[in-house]
Design a protein around this ligand. Structure first.
Ligand code: FAD
Ligand code: DHB
Length: 391
């Protein structure tokens, strides 16, 4: 087998990269560890920046997102029992975000890939081996259908997430990793109940953080901060709803509609960056190279902007025979990555209860939130980052 770009991982970054390359006539094959249904079953991101929305449009899969996505003009910050709104358009020159689930983004990209007749090899398990990317003729070996295969290529795109094989294939001395693990997780629930409010609510409370999000006018996504040791099996739906209710303001508490969960899971929180993001003919993108804590909804959006830079660089390579884009890929992407890392770390630090820190920590957070919602300069900085920095 031979292709131009071998893409490891069929999550949002791999699928979007595949479509961007295809649009410019660059052949690519995706190798995905799991089945398509498994990939679609992971409930994750929900908020798309305008840059991500534009990329979906660019590859021709914007139709359903335009019809079903919910355009949001702001978010609410809840602290000291009261909600305060941050209005995006007035603070950012008209920008908004779109609530459209990662599952739907993935589904739309998978359908477009299938319609274009592009090859995705699912269920390759842990068999993928990256070879020769430090030279001029890389290849990827994998097992599928009980047989060994070799895929020869010009470039390898490592879009295989935090636990993938791509970053792990780089010699230890060639990569630097920066990491911070937070001492709590997010317990999330998905339920077919109407959202408690039209916009997202990010809550700072003395019981810990809570987030009220949604997927549609009839499907809600809620999260509460929980200690790291907590097990999802120990959380009944009732226990979740009670804890969430206890972290809301009186009006929201009154309006909250509860119901059986259709998904419930605990996610750990981490800040992580691997530098550089290029090793010869291997390029990392998305969660394979960096993780943000979810507060602020940057992960999927960063994955999308990474692959935009990567596809531009590959198009430049094949079209203009120039290596400039590929040579600058890592440096260009990392500048944007570190800004999103900073924002996600800052918003996480502002909204969560950190174990072992006394009442003064709560008071300081409340003072900062009070400043944030009452200072135009501070609100602007928050809004600008939330809607996404320009490419
Ligand atoms: P992934 O989605 O991890 O995809 C990588 C793919 O590679 C997977 O399909 C995996 O099966 C495959 N793979 C792994 N190893 C191999 C291998 N060895 N061989 C072949 N394939 C392999 N982001 C936002 O922007 N907004 C949000 O609101 C948001 N909320 C989140 C909420 C939660 C609870 C979580 C956990 C994350 C959230 N994120 C959010 C982050 C977002 O989901 C990720 O940043 C995004 O999925 C990254 O996409 P990716 O394609 O780079 O990686
Ligand atoms: C969602 C997740 C986030 O991390 C966030 O900041 C906003 C929304 C969500 O899953 O809907």
């Amino acid at each position: 087998m031979r292709t131009q770009v071998a893409i490891i991982g069929g999550g949002p970054s791999g699928l979007l990269l595949g479509q961007l390359l295809h649009k410019h006539g660059i052949a690519n094959v995706i190798l995905e560890r799991q089945s398509a249904d498994y990939v679609l079953g992971r409930i994750r991101a929900g908020v798309l920046e305008q840059v991500t929305v534009d990329l979906m449009e660019e590859v021709g899969v914007g139709g359903r997102m335009r019809a079903e996505g919910l355009v949001h003009d702001g978010v609410e910050l809840l602290f000291k029992g009261a909600r305060h709104r941050i209005d995006f358009p007035s603070l950012t020159g008209g920008k908004t975000v779109t609530v459209y689930g990662q599952t739907e983004v993935t589904r739309d990209l998978m359908a477009a890939r299938e319609a274009a007749g592009l090859q995705t090899v699912y269920e390759v398990g842990d068999s993928v081996r990256l070879e020769g990317f430090d030279g001029t003729s890389p290849s990827v070996r994998f097992r599928h259908g009980g047989q060994e295969h070799e895929l020869q290529c010009d470039f390898i795109a490592g879009c295989d997430g935090y636990h993938g094989v791509s970053r792990a294939s780089v010699p230890k001395g060639a990569i630097r990793e920066f990491e911070k693990v937070y001492p709590f997780g997010w317990l999330g629930i998905l339920a077919d109940v109407p959202p408690v409010s039209e916009e997202l609510i990010y809550a700072n409370t003395d019981r810990g953080f809570a987030l009220c999000s949604m997927r549609s006018p009839t499907r809600s996504r809620y999260y509460v901060q929980v200690p790291l040791e907590e097990k999802v099996e120990d959380w009944s739906d009732d226990a979740f709803w009670n804890e969430l209710r206890g972290r809301l303001d009186p009006e929201a508490r009154e309006r909250l509609v509860t119901g059986p969960s259709i998904e419930k899971s605990i996610a750990p929180l981490r800040s992580f960056v691997a530098e550089p993001m290029r090793f010869g003919r291997l390029f990392l993108a998305g969660d394979a190279a960096h993780i943000v804590p979810p507060t602020g909804a940057k992960g999927l959006n960063l994955a999308a902007s990474d692959v935009k830079y990567l596809s531009d660089a590959l198009v430049e390579h094949y079209g203009e025979r120039s290596a400039a884009g590929l040579d600058h890929y890592s440096e260009r992407v990392l500048r944007r990555v570190w800004k999103a890392e900073r924002f996600s770390w800052w918003f996480t630090s502002l909204m969560h209860k950190f174990p072992g820190e006394g009442e003064i920590a709560q008071k300081l957070q409340e003072a900062e939130l009070d400043y944030l919602v009452n200072s135009k300069a501070a609100s602007t900085a928050m809004a600008e980052n939330y809607v996404g920095l320009p490419l």
